[in-house]
Design a protein around this ligand. Structure first.
Ligand code: NAD
Length: 434
């Protein structure tokens, strides 16, 4: 197991030089990162295709496009975010001034997953740079081509005492977690999130944990079923279901279940054609272990559509399983694949109770025009974030902090929330003796 103390010491020394605290330095670094990404876009798209068979169109939008847009938004706002802000002073301290000064933590560690291997590695890095930190990035070992591109982009163009990519497997992560970083930003599974939190606790290092969970999608009887079917299919089957905020399972009112399932089936065909196992643009499952785990769910409930798979190619067709019960194996953990279990309901209070008694999900999607029901669900179920009459879209807004709660994570990022995450807000009360 390697020792990363020397790397961290170099980053500490560089941080203490004060260069990363200069806002112009941060902006130049972000600009340079953006230009590198744009100049190497094809290499990034090819790597993600090789690792996950992600189509070029999807990768352009979800891997490269989102990151470039995040950098642009940060460049437009960073000077104002980084300013010290004066705030009112309490009467008890009349004559004094009060201000809040954002400051960088120091050296940040970013650990990334494989499902959006470029975006989920670089987006947190944008926040770390914006906050004025140095950073070490550990991408996922399950997407080695993308990790190699990331390492080339960063390590060939930035000094290691500022930004550095360390490739490696779990042992590398474990060794990095032994070091006394000033901030840890982790994206991955809830189980590994607990390991990261425990390692961080040893040094009292603050953490952001971006984890997963079972995100419910509710379709009520008054919903626009055409739109619901399209938006659910898009959200569920993009990246072959390997999206942290994908609809995990469908709760549909019994009055509209048959119609919705027929529309979902049609939406899948219109998006991916008839012979999806042969479709060169449908994503692969990341590994044989995940393929076997997912294939084990295919006999749950009754098959509505899909069900075909190809073990050699690691492909599973978009699959819908009806007549699922809350106790079925597929309802126990996050699915993270292109299989949608369906449970019908007639009583909304029953599904509210069912969801609320389970671990808090990362996302929730609700399709209804009924504002009283929208209010009731928002008031009674805790979840990271979500959308009404849509899926996934909350995570692409710069104005909506993105993160989980409880078992789905802690902390948030995107837009200003990324700057906040990687900054300590120092509160100062200044008295004058004059
Ligand atoms: P993972 O937890 O297995 O791995 C994530 C990272 O942690 C990898 O870099 C890996 O090398 C490292 N790691 C794995 N085991 C470790 C250990 N024992 N000790 C230290 N480090 C370890 O997650 P994954 O399979 O890459 O990603 C899938 C999970 O991530 C899903 O649960 C998904 O919902 C979640 N996810 C969440 C978000 C979000 O933004 N909230 C985004 C994407 C994925």
């Amino acid at each position: 197991m390697e020792n990363y103390q020397e790397l961290l010491n170099k980053q500490r020394t560089f941080f203490r030089s004060g260069r990363t605290k200069d806002v112009q330095f941060r902006m130049k670094s972000l600009q340079m990162l953006k230009e590198l990404i744009q100049a190497n876009e094809q290499a990034i798209l090819d790597a993600v295709k090789a690792d996950l068979n992600k189509s070029e169109m999807e990768a352009k939008r979800a891997e490269v496009g989102l990151v470039v847009s995040e950098i642009n938004f940060t460049l437009d706002n960073l000077e104002s975010w980084a300013e010290t802000k004066e705030v009112p002073t309490a009467e008890s301290h009349a004559g004094a001034k009060s201000f809040i000064q954002p400051e960088a933590y120091g050296s940040a560690l970013v650990i990334a997953p494989w499902n959006y291997p470029f975006q989920l590695a670089v987006s947190p890095l944008v926040g770390a740079i914006a906050g004025g930190n140095t950073a070490v990035l550990k991408p996922s070992e399950l997407t080695p081509k993308t990790s190699a591109v990331l390492s080339g982009l960063i390590n060939d163009h930035f000094p290691e005492e500022y930004l550095h990519v360390v490739e490696g497997e779990v042992e590398t992560s474990t060794a990095l977690l032994k070091e006394d970083f000033d901030y840890i930003f982790f994206t991955g599974s809830t189980g590994v999130g607990k390991i990261v939190a425990e390692a961080a606790a040893k040094h009292l290092t603050p953490v952001t944990l971006e984890l997963g969970g079972k995100s419910p999608t509710i379709v009520h009887e008054d919903a626009n079923l055409d739109e619901a079917a399209l938006r659910i299919a898009r959200g569920k089957f993009a990246n072959a279901g390997q999206t942290c905020v994908a609809p995990d399972y469908l709760l549909v009112h019994s009055n509209v279940k048959d119609t919705l399932l027929a529309k979902l089936k049609a939406a899948i065909t219109s998006m991916y054609g008839d012979n999806i196992v042969e479709n060169p643009n449908f994503g692969h499952i990341v590994s044989a272990r995940h393929f076997n785990r997912l294939a084990g769910f295919l006999d749950n409930g009754t098959l509505v559509t899909g069900g075909q798979s190809n073990r050699d190619q690691l492909i599973i067709e978009p699959t819908i399983l009806d007549a699922i019960s809350w106790d079925d194996p597929i309802m126990q953990d996050e699915i993270f694949g292109p299989i949608l279990p369906v449970i019908e309901y007639s009583d909304t209070s029953d599904i509210i109770n069912r969801i609320a008694e389970r671990p808090k999900p990362l996302a929730l999607y609700l399709f209804t025009e009924n504002e009283a029901l929208q209010d009731e669900i928002l008031a009674n179920i805790s979840f990271g974030g979500g959308a009404i009459n849509d899926t996934l879209s909350h995570m692409t807004s710069h104005y909506l902090p993105f993160g989980g709660v409880g078992a789905s994570g802690m902390g948030a990022y995107h837009g200003k929330a990324s700057f906040d995450t990687f900054s300590h807000y120092k509160s100062i009360l200044k008295r004058s003796n004059k």
